[in-house]
Design a protein around this ligand. Structure first.
Ligand code: ATP
Ligand code: MG
Length: 246
């Protein structure tokens, strides 16, 4: 089953196409990587798929719902950990999660159960009274993940969840992504770290608003460097070859 379906999507800001005529699908339970240089149109696409931005052209479906006509229902099915803003630094963990739950009008009992489950899922050991600004960057990102999962979404968009996070925490974050997928969640993730992209089942490569490649990590290596042993090819090389034209 396709959890995401994008047909001929374009988003124009003034005369500028941030996204130009892209089409792709994401399957249920997939870890789908969305890669591209700065300004390639990744966040813009995610905002459309979360029902936060009306596209210029094209149609999109998420969890079987038409995003344009059923955006209210879509918001119940998807979680979104945004690139720019995740948590209030001057509030503690409990206050942030309570606030996230109140925005979604979650039932108190269900929210409390889900919060406990998720905090133990990330092995959160600090006090919930800790101010977010005092958490290590990697833990802050994990708490942001909890906030995005409180309503138990089927599909979760993670926009650069590991940006600025140290290697051990990055690795830990990808373990969590793997665990979510094995529970049947679909994960749509962007990253600039090519070693991380290896964990994705399939990768879409964006360049200047266009989708220029879509394949498994191995498929991308074989496609781009057919003459080489793909075990010796890195995704970094594929990325430079495709996205930066080198
Ligand atoms: N609201 C907006 N108004 C005008 N231009 C915008 C708007 N949002 C995005 N853009 C432009 O659209 C292009 C694509 O932006 P987008 O944020 O989708 O890129 P991205 O792939 O997420 O990049 P990054 O890796 O830096 O996060 C950029 O040139 C950006 O400046
Ligand atoms: Mg972005």
């Amino acid at each position: 089953m396709n959890v995401v379906e994008v047909q001929n999507l374009s988003v124009r800001f003034g005369d500028y196409y941030a996204v130009r005529d892209i089409s792709f699908t994401v399957k249920a339970g997939e870890v789908f990587g969305f890669l591209g240089a700065n300004g390639a149109g990744k966040t813009t696409t995610i905002r459309v798929l979360c029902g936060l931005l009306i596209p210029t052209e094209g149609r999109t479906w998420v969890c079987g719902l038409d995003v344009q006509t059923q955006s209210f229902e879509v918001k119940k099915k998807v979680g979104y950990m945004s690139q720019k803003f995740t948590l209030y630094d001057d509030m503690n963990v409990k206050e942030n999660l309570d606030f996230a739950a109140s925005l979604r009008k979650l039932d108190v009992k269900k929210f409390t159960e889900q919060k406990e489950k998720l905090l133990s899922f990330i092995h959160f050991r600090a006090s919930e009274k800790t101010l977010v600004r005092e958490l290590p960057g990697g833990v802050k990102q994990q708490v942001s993940l909890v906030a995005a999962l409180l309503h138990d979404p089927e599909l979760i968009f993670l926009d650069e969840p590991t940006a600025g996070v140290s290697p051990a925490y990055r690795q830990r974050f990808w373990t969590l992504i793997g665990d979510l997928a094995s529970e049947g969640k679909t994960v749509f993730v962007t990253t600039h770290y090519m070693d991380e992209a290896e964990h994705c089942q399939r990768i879409a490569l964006m360049r200047e608003g266009e989708l220029i490649a879509l394949n498994s990590p191995l498929g991308l290596k074989q496609e781009n460097f057919p003459e080489r042993n793909s075990e010796d090819v890195t995704l970094e090389e594929v990325f430079l070859h495709q996205v930066e034209g080198k």
